[in-house]
Design a protein around this ligand. Structure first.
Ligand code: DX5
Ligand code: ZN
Length: 217
């Protein structure tokens, strides 16, 4: 069954707890975009934000680390309540070590790739990961447009998973919402990360229904 991961970057941060409560029964987890102004052209959240989230929600939290040096931050995010850590292939020199480290801390280990990063760079890590996060926009901001050629990329990843009988999950992040969520589920996506699609979507309840139905078929 496909699930919804809500990216709080698109929420009204002036009232974050109310925002999360407003959508809590229509989402499955929280997606925390950690940006360092170096790997991506934006600055966002750090440890204080995950601590704040943990005061008002028990939902699983994915820490999506869009930073040049993720390794030093991993332990802190898990200790403060992240149930999954997502690191980018582009900045991990020793990706296998990093993935094993995340798992040793008791969290799920996901690897993210930017739109221009080929799937072939993941070949050796696929047997070890809990999931792959396919970036469907260039990371940095909420509310960007889904890059259409990513559909083909996701289909290829889904085929690789099938042919090799791998167990990893497929997540997508960026520009996902009413227009494309169902199609993404149909081609094998398990986790739909959505910012605007959750917090700025008047038909979220309907979309959730559609996603559940698409998962069942
Ligand atoms: C982009 C972030 C996303 C972003 C998604 O760099 O990683 O998680 O918040 O927002 P939407 O769904 O609005 O594109
Ligand atoms: Zn993200």
């Amino acid at each position: 069954m496909a699930i919804i991961s809500a990216s709080i970057l698109a929420a009204n941060l002036a009232s974050l707890s109310e925002e999360v409560k407003r959508v809590e029964n229509m989402i499955d987890e929280i997606h925390l975009d950690v940006m360092d102004g170096h790997f991506v052209p934006n600055l966002t959240f750090g440890f204080p934000m995950i601590e704040a989230l943990r005061t008002f929600t028990n939902l699983p939290i994915d820490a999506h680390l869009m930073v040049t040096n993720p390794t030093d931050l991993i332990k802190g995010f898990v200790e403060k309540g992240a149930t999954r850590v997502t690191v980018h292939q582009e900045v991990c020199y020793h990706l296998h070590r990093t993935v094993e480290y995340i798992k040793s801390l008791g969290a799920e280990a996901f690897v993210a790739i930017n739109p221009a990063t080929p799937l072939s760079t993941l070949e050796e890590i696929l047997p070890y990961v809990d999931g792959i996060l396919v970036m469907t926009v260039n990371p940095g901001f909420s509310g960007q447009k889904f890059i259409p050629t990513m559909i083909e990329k996701i289909k290829r990843l889904s085929d690789i998973r099938k042919h090799k009988s791998y167990q990893f999950k497929i997540a997508v992040d960026g520009g996902v919402g009413n227009e494309n969520a169902v199609e993404l589920v149909k081609i094998g996506v398990d986790i739909l990360v959505m910012g605007y699609g959750v917090f700025r979507n008047p038909r979220l309840a309907q979309l959730r229904e559609e996603i559940l139905n698409a998962s069942a078929n």
